[in-house]
Design a protein around this ligand. Sequence first.
Ligand code: RTP
Ligand code: MG
Length: 137
Amino acid sequence: MTERTLILVKPDAVERNLTGAILARFETKGYKLSALSSMEPSRETLAAHYAEHEGKPFYEPLLEFMSSGPIVAAVFEGERVIEGARTIMGPSDPTVAPAGTIRGDFGRDWGEKVQKNLVHGSDSVESAEREIAIWFA
Ligand code: RTP
Ligand code: MG
C-alpha cells in the first residue's frame, strides 16, 4: 500500500550542508518527494512532534537541539516508504549505525547529551499522518 512518511533533516545536518545529500538518498531509492519546507520550528511544534518522549531524560536536550537552527521538513511517498526510509536512515545511534546508512555514513557521537543523528523518519502509518499534520498544517 502506498504510504507517506515525514522526514526531518535535523539542525546538525543542515548546519553541515548535508541537506541535499540526505534528501538524495530517499529520492535515488525511488521514493517521491511530495512536500518540502525549510523552517525554524517553534517550541510548540517540537513539543507536539515529540509528545511521546515528554518526561524522558533526553527530552529537554532534544527540544533544545531541534531549536538550535533551521531544519528541513519533507514528505516522501511510496510503497512501504515508512520502513524503507528507516532502513536508509539506520539505527538511532550513529556510532553503531552501519556504513551505507545516513547515520552510519555521516554521524558520530559528539559527546553531547542528545544523539545528534541528522534525520528523523516516522515510525508507523499513524505517526506519519500525525506528524505530517503538524509540520504541513
Ligand atoms: P527519530 O524519532 O528522530 O526518527 O529517531 P528514533 O526513532 O531513532 O529515536 P527516538 O527513540 O524516537 O528518539 C527521538 C530522538 O531523540 C534523540 N535521542 N537522544 N539517549 C539519547 O541521547 C537520545 N535518545 C534519543 C535522538 O535525536 C532521536 O532521534
Ligand atoms: Mg522516533
